[in-house]
Write a protein that binds this ligand. Structure first.
Ligand code: ADP
Length: 173
């Protein structure tokens, strides 16, 4: 707990977080389906998601936009474009902005629980430990601004990802 906000790091699939109001997509600029998280979210949500996203695209690194969740069990999907490591610069600031903007947006929309994947650590090449540190700092920096969000869950796909994020969030194993 940090103030009124519970922080969790779990191993799992971002499309299977039935108890969360919102999940965050590691999106591409066009908000289309793709590999990794974006592919999994679009497959689970169904083709209506791409349709709904079309007028919101393109987005820039660090930006976050929100859509309905369609076939997913959540209320909303927040789409963030992470930086391509060392191409979109400063990569740390752009990655931090994803988390801050997503949490502010969730809060504005009266959502109480939000799940994040490890944005930028897949196809976008951000080294895991560094991304975990930037993410933990960014999340901690906005917690005191949040009026509605009371649960933030990092959903890590792999075992190494879980270890890195638990370390960065100063959680024991
Ligand atoms: P990016 O393009 O922002 O790097 P990716 O989708 O390629 O995004 O990967 C981001 C992270 O999410 C990677 O660590 C990847 O292993 C992980 N990941 C991939 N699929 C899922 C999923 N279904 N649920 C949670 N995490 C996932």
């Amino acid at each position: 707990m940090e103030g009124n906000v519970k922080l969790e790091c779990v191993q799992g699939d971002i499309t299977q977080q039935d108890d969360l109001d919102a999940i965050v997509n590691a999106a591409n600029a066009e908000l289309r389906t793709g590999g990794g998280v974006a592919g999994a979210i679009h497959r689970a949500a169904g083709p209506e998601l791409e349709e709904a996203c079309r007028p919101l695209a393109p987005i820039k690194p660090g930006e976050a936009v929100i859509s309905p969740a369609f076939g997913l069990p959540n209320k909303k999907i927040i789409h963030c474009l992470g930086p391509v490591f060392n191409i979109d610069k400063p990569s740390d600031e752009l990655l931090a902005r994803c988390f801050r903007n997503a949490l502010w947006l969730a809060d504005e929309e009266n959502l109480v629980s939000v799940g994040f994947p490890a944005i930028s650590t897949g196809a976008f090449g951000y080294p895991l430990e560094e991304a975990a540190e930037v993410t933990a700092d960014a999340v901690h920096s906005v917690i005191s601004d949040l009026d509605n969000v009371t649960l933030i869950r990092m959903v890590l796909f792999g075992d190494k990802d879980l270890v890195a994020f638990r370390k960065a969030f100063r959680m024991g194993r």
